[in-house]
Design a protein around this ligand. Structure first.
Ligand code: AMP
Ligand code: GLY
Length: 424
């Protein structure tokens, strides 16, 4: 079959790498892709939110399946767009329809969903401009620090952790009355702070059956020792050593099953990935968030450990028989180190020539913000490359990925040298 993959990050490079290994895939197209995805298929210069452009590409290239990488087109309803179009209806889309994507698109929706289905999560309430005074009354009642979340998509920046009630009040005012995060903060979820260690669990669902993919931990801060500004993610490891079988059993019973059953009960069709962001609080899982897609850079580590045919699994999602497909996961450990542009996550350098990729020995190099300029590979994004190594143990995987990152060079390049070392 011919597959169209939407997106252009490290996640999509890892998807493309894995899809290209399947003999079920005849031709792979990536829109818009990057210099790395171009090694596994044909990049098409169409943006992920250009639904009409995507339609033309699907028809012109006889596409039989579309895999959506990022959340934005899902929240904007790309799956619904396909179902509503006579020519596209028969082409399966992997990724939920608009309603299911609300698990990520609206923090208020997702919190209410968790409450309705008794899924463990931090206590919270949602406020608007009209109920701001009630919000002020609520702030001092939930302990410190206080977590404020813009309801809508805010490019990963919509969560604030406030150390004092005064700070939380000020931020609440800015979010609700000064549109600090635009329309996304016209509603704000005020939430209790959860103490613990964070991890991500990934589920693939056909709307009825599900498979639990490997869990992973990502490192969000720019600086070593988890300091400095938040980023899209600076590295990841899979599996997560503190996620024991017993803990993962609890996750399945208390979170995954109620989520799948809850979606079914509410008549919300869901074919795609569910990213479950969790806090391990003294051995018990508590929800932080849902995303309606895979994580980046978690996908890079997860795809390296996936031994079964990825396209076969996606086909199971499309056809509603995921239970009949094989999921085989390597016992080895995958570690990913993300190389970023100078200045990231602030204003960052671009158009720098990347050298040394050919010197990488024991890792897979997944491209994120890169493009081809003649024969040169150049940087275009904040996160430039993800270097992933699969080894017998975590120490070797971390050491190999870090050593391989050092073999690559571009002006202003930076990566964290401490990814995963807190877990050893
Ligand atoms: P999110 O955008 O929902 O992923 O939130 C960003 C980050 O904020 C999460 O990855 C957590 O590190 C942190 N966070 C969110 N909610 C909470 C909470 N209730 N308690 C503690 N940390 C949180
Ligand atoms: N790495 C976190 C995310 O993809 O949202």
């Amino acid at each position: 079959m011919n597959i169209l993959l939407l997106g252009s990050g490290g996640r999509e490079s890892a998807f493309a790498w894995k899809i290209a290994q399947s003999n079920k895939c005849s031709k792979l197209f990536i829109a818009p892709g990057n210099a790395g995805t171009g090694q596994y298929g044909t990049n098409i210069d169409i943006k992920v939110n250009d639904f009409e452009g995507i339609k033309q590409a699907v028809l012109a290239n006889s596409i039989n399946m579309v895999l959506v990488g990022p959340e934005e087109p899902l929240v904007k309803g790309i799956h619904d767009f396909f179902l509503a179009d006579e020519q596209l209806r028969s082409v399966p889309v992997i990724g939920p329809q608009r309603e299911g994507a609300q698990l990520e698109g609206s923090k208020d929706f997702s919190k209410q969903f968790m409450v309705r289905h008794n899924i463990p999560a931090a206590a919270s309430r949602t406020f608007t401009r009209d109920t701001m005074q009630e919000g002020f009354d609520y702030l001092p009642t939930i302990g410190l620090p206080i977590v404020l979340k813009a309801d809508g998509l805010a490019a990963g920046k919509g969560v604030l952790i406030c150390l004092t009630v005064q700070e939380a009040q000020q931020e609440l005012i800015e979010m609700l009355t000064e549109a600090k995060f635009g329309e996304a903060s016209s509603k704000v979820v005020v939430e209790q702070f959860l103490q613990g260690i964070e991890l991500s669990v990934f589920v693939l669902s056909d709307g009825n059956n599900y498979k639990v993919l490997p869990s992973a931990k990502d490192y969000k801060r720019i600086g070593e020792g988890d300091t400095g500004l938040n980023t899209g993610g600076m590295g990841s490891v899979s599996p997560v050593p503190f996620a024991s079988d017993e803990f993962l059993q609890k996750v399945e019973q208390r979170v995954i099953i109620p989520t799948i059953e809850g979606l079914k009960q509410e008549g919300i069709p869901y074919k795609g990935f569910i990213f479950i962001g969790l806090m391990n609080c003294g051995g018990d899982p508590y929800m932080i968030e849902y995303n309606c897609r895979m994580g980046d850079p978690e996908t890079e580590s997860v795809m390296m450990r996936l031994e079964s045919d990825f396209v076969d699994l996606l086909q199971g999602v499309a056809e509603g028989n995921l239970d009949e497909r094989e999921l085989k996961i390597s016992d080895k450990v995958a570690a990913t180190v993300v190389m970023v542009a100078g200045g990231y996550p602030g204003e960052y350098l671009k158009n720098k020539t990347i050298t040394g990729i050919e010197n990488v020995r024991g890792s897979q190099v997944f491209h994120a913000g890169t493009y081809m300029d003649g024969d040169d590979i150049k940087t275009s994004g904040g996160r430039v490359l993800a270097i992933t190594s699969l080894q017998d143990n975590m120490f070797n995987a971390l050491q190999q990925a870090t050593a391989d990152a050092s073999r690559i060079y571009y002006d202003g390049m930076y990566f964290r040298k401490d990814i995963g070392f807190d877990l050893l």
